[in-house]
Design a protein around this ligand. Structure first.
Ligand SMILES: *Cc1c(COP(=O)(O)O)cnc(C)c1O
Length: 399
């Protein structure tokens, strides 16, 4: 299949409302037709008919690993090294506590571009362990130099949620290992957005999100990766029966399951898992290099269009496409209201405080025509000063 044919084919796999240009798949992916069908089937034929027999007969009990294996393919990991479940925040807690248990060092190094939840988790882990751990937060550009002999765990998000700035995973991992530190990568804005090769980078741990570029649905299960040589040695702090080596032996004390399964905790949410499982089949014939190439074309074109049409907006993303993920952000003081006005015109992006208008580009269902049309609408918002309208100024709970 040629590249345009490939993306025409993938676009047909999604249900997108008429009159909408969706540039927010980096925040919540749209509905894959297969996910709609699968959830309906799981409700009717699974929950409705099989009842509790579904755990065995419909393979529910193994879904976290089945789904994990499909994600593994997209992030350069082997089958059996990724498990789906819980949220990204909870998975970060699991891998961070596992990583800290493997080192005597007390410092968690991260950067100020990291997503707040990652930093919140780290701060509470450091305080809660009561062993003198500390979180050191430096500017994203300063991470490389800040890695040193006191770094225990380097915890980074590859693509900055605000600016789209892309860290060099391979080189930072190498540098951390040279200093004797362990590395955790958050792939929330990477998985399904660009080629990721955890194995080649030799990353120790990773976590990521199921509802962004993987299109699993609102609140879809997240995932985590553990390098195989660590997996069998972890003593999970957040232990639960689904991570026990024999959950249905109902033993009084915890003994971890083999390998990655020990990172499971409680009963998986089957309807959400099923949705994510079906959504991942969209990627079956998709080459991540082709996605990256097309995503670069789309982001380059959007920047060019917007900079010509809307001189008031200041590019907040790296100009070099090699240093950016699959999103483009612009700064504008009235960005919140301007984004609301844009959404009213059918172009959906989002806003990140204090002043970032954020646009995600997802080649599976966004084409060049969409990019140009979106830029035209943005120009109309800016020219018409539509952000001044009172109805757009009022803040909603979710931005
Ligand atoms: C979206 C995102 C999360 C979300 O965490 P949840 O626990 O799933 O709400 C975490 N980290 C990063 C970097 C994100 O972009």
């Amino acid at each position: 299949m040629t590249v345009p044919d490939l993306f025409r084919a993938t676009r047909a796999l999604f249900e997108l409302p008429d009159g909408v240009i969706y540039l927010d798949g980096n925040s919540l992916g749209p509905l894959p037709r297969a996910a709609r069908e699968r959830v309906a089937r799981e409700v009717e034929k699974g929950w409705g008919s099989k009842l509790i027999r579904g755990w065995n007969e419909a393979g529910w009990i193994d879904l976290p690993v089945t789904v994990g294996n499909k994600i593994a393919r997209l992030i350069g990991a082997d089958a059996g090294t990724v498990v789906a479940g819980d949220s990204t925040s909870v998975n970060l807690f699991k891998v961070l506590t596992a990583a800290l248990a493997k080192t005597e060092r007390k410092r968690i190094l991260t950067d100020s571009g990291n997503f707040p939840t990652d930093i919140y988790v780290a701060e509470r882990v450091a305080a809660g362990l009561g062993q003198g751990h500390e979180v050191k937060v430096v500017a994203p550009e300063a991470v490389e130099d800040a890695i040193g002999a006191d770094s225990g765990v380097v915890m980074l998000t590859e693509v900055d949620y605000r600016t789209g700035r892309l860290h060099d995973m391979a080189s930072l991992t190498k540098r951390a290992h040279a200093e004797g530190a362990l590395v955790i990568w958050d792939l929330a804005h990477s998985a399904g957005a660009l080629p990721v090769d955890l194995k080649a980078a030799n990353a120790d741990f990773a976590v990521g999100c199921g509802y962004k570029y993987l299109n699993g649905g609102p609140g879809a299960p997240a995932f985590l990766y553990v390098r195989p040589d660590h997996a069998g040695r972890i003593e999970p702090l957040l232990a639960g029966w689904m991570g026990h080596y024999a959950p249905f032996a109902f033993e009084q004390h915890y003994q971890p399951a083999e390998g990655i399964n020990r990172m499971r905790v409680g009963t998986p949410p089957i309807l959400s898992m099923a949705s994510l499982d079906a959504a991942l089949d969209v990627w079956a014939d998709v080459d991540m290099q082709a996605v990256r190439k097309r995503s670069t074309e789309l982001t380059e074109r959007f920047i060019a269009e917007v900079e010509t049409r809307c001189p008031e907006l200041e590019l907040a993303s790296p100009r070099d496409p090699a240093r950016r993920g699959s999103q483009v952000s612009f700064r504008f003081g009235e960005g919140y209201a301007a984004m609301r006005a844009l959404i009213d015109r059918g172009v959906i992006g989002d806003f990140r405080a204090p002043d970032i208008m954020r646009f995600g580009f997802t080649p599976l269902y966004v084409g060049v025509e969409d990019v140009i049309e979106a830029a035209m609408h943005l120009e109309a918002v800016m020219r018409g000063r539509l952000w001044e309208w009172a109805e757009y100024q009022r803040r909603e709970k979710v931005t």
